[in-house]
Design a protein around this ligand. Sequence first.
Ligand SMILES: NC(=O)c1ccc[n+]([C@@H]2O[C@H](COP(=O)([O-])OP(=O)(O)OC[C@H]3O[C@@H](n4cnc5c(N)ncnc54)[C@H](O)[C@@H]3O)[C@@H](O)[C@H]2O)c1
Length: 264
Amino acid sequence: MLDLEDRVCLVTGAGGDIGAAIASRLARFGARVEGADLDPGRVTAKLARQCNALKLDVTSEADWDEAIAAITARHGRLDVVVNCAGLFSRTGDRIDRMDLSEWQRLHAVNVDGAFLGTRAGIRAMKNSGGAVINIGSIVGYFGARSGVGYGSSKAAIRGLTMQAAASCVSAGIPVRVNAIHPGYVLTDSALASELARHGTREKAVAAFATRNPGGTVITPENVADAVAFLASDMARMINGVQLLVDAGLSTQMPGRSFVPSEDT
Ligand SMILES: NC(=O)c1ccc[n+]([C@@H]2O[C@H](COP(=O)([O-])OP(=O)(O)OC[C@H]3O[C@@H](n4cnc5c(N)ncnc54)[C@H](O)[C@@H]3O)[C@@H](O)[C@H]2O)c1
């Protein structure tokens, strides 16, 4: 049985759909959860009794210092940091049309924010041990036809995680650093472009689901289950991995193609 009894977990972006599902899952497995967001009101609205809401802009070093100090003062420890706060592209960011300001906006939250969170977690847990889990994306893992800024920022999660894990192992720091790369997860933010295209939620969801193999709907809870596993002692020997939660989409990617049939 997965057990996070009394673990102190910080989840960023906890006001969003995936962050809220993660915070809720960790709490259900017994953790004491701090749900951080730029807008802590969203955390309270979604998770009133399941976690403490915290205001944290992940791009601010001062906010990170304050948040870690507040959490360790409140609980006396920190065991898990989940870097889930993230921004999607506003423009579709085709490379020849992309503004530097949009590139920087995406990288500030998705990369700098994850770096600051990974560093803050490792600093806080380097004696006691713990786990950092970074939320990347299938788009950052394999690339996509559009979404240059978003894809680049999420590809950096792969590198950050690999390097942070290697750095901890080399320095003898007992903090595991792993990444989860979700496929297309049904959230309000991810659905927005399909909603604009199709008008009704029902049609938008049907169109969105076709991005995954067999029209599978991947839910925020599917991602949260993987986070809970990596946060737990069941994953105590797992460090520096890139875990895809993508309903098998990666098996269909170029370069991963199979022989034409199993009896060829
Ligand atoms: N939905 C998907 O299909 C999908 C797929 C792969 C990866 N992801 C990643 O999962 C994460 C959550 O996605 P979601 O669909 O739940 O999005 P969402 O928009 O519902 O949640 C994102 C949250 O991050 C918060 N946030 C934004 N900037 C912040 C900042 N500077 N400091 C603190 N919080 C900030 C927002 O307020 C929001 O609550 C993101 O990192 C996203 O890139 C999502």
